[in-house]
Design a protein around this ligand. Sequence first.
Ligand code: T6T
Length: 323
Amino acid sequence: MKKFSILMVIAMLALALAPTTAQSELPKIGFLPGVVDPFYEVMELGVNQAVADFGLEVVTQFPQDWGPSEQTPILDAMVARGDLDYLIIAPTDKEQMIAPLQAAVDAGIKVITVDTFLGDGDYVNGPVTFPLSYIGSDNVEGGRIAAEALAEVLGGQGKVYVQNTNVGVSTTEQRGQGFIEGIAAYPGMQLVGMDYNLDDANTAAEQTAAVLQREPDLAGIFGVNVFSAQGAGNAVISAGLGGQVQVIAFDATQFAIEQLRAGVVTLVIAQKPYDMGYLAVAFAMADWRGVTSLPPRVTTGYAVITAENVDDPEVARFIYQVP
Ligand code: T6T
């Protein structure tokens, strides 16, 4: 009897896992990231792995620049194809992308947001409830981690500055907010400004250079994403202030890690874009199969990388590796 039950379980498992379902009976996925950058390129690796594991098809298109004016026409074209069942998207503006995504939903496409959210990100009680789920980092927490790291390295004293992308982006807005909240806990620290670079590393470098001129005793900078941190780091290097002005870099690019090793960057905050992409496809597949208990919000956590732990394989695996 026991042997019979084990055989039954094995047979059921084999049936569940066997790729017997015809392609036409499986959902087709659209993937629309925010922009071409290492963060979303790693996310694409996660999407592609899940798509391969589940035997699905995916249509992916990257906007060349950040923002709704770039992303909306791509989204509209994806909807117009008429063959997508799910859309995995990082909305580039929490308000402006609501209407185009509502149109996708009206056309029968189910939406999962990754990295960034719509409205206030509360898809149960908030103003926007049509996405199935939001999978991303806790970005307020990310900003606080940056503030606390700067406070620690500066002994709770000194002027600090933030390089941000643009207003209306849920992630970077929340990182800025978390940073301001974190710094407020240290009376000896003063936030001298927050500039918006529109996700452009050159603009970030120019703005940072101007602040370094204006504030000769600037002690630390928080770069809230790939291009913000890259521009801030480059400006600090060009001014010959590497190691003197501390930089906290959000996003674990190769550049950020090089600067960490060079002593320009104090701390790198790695997100988990691969997992965001993989989970989003798994959620689409689960929904397709009729699973009703998908969480409306999943936070994927961080790996905080320092010069001390950067070579620990448990930490180093979160550095963004793009082939
Ligand atoms: O930091 C990520 C992402 O989380 C953010 O929403 C936009 O910028 C990045 O893609 C990095 O460039």
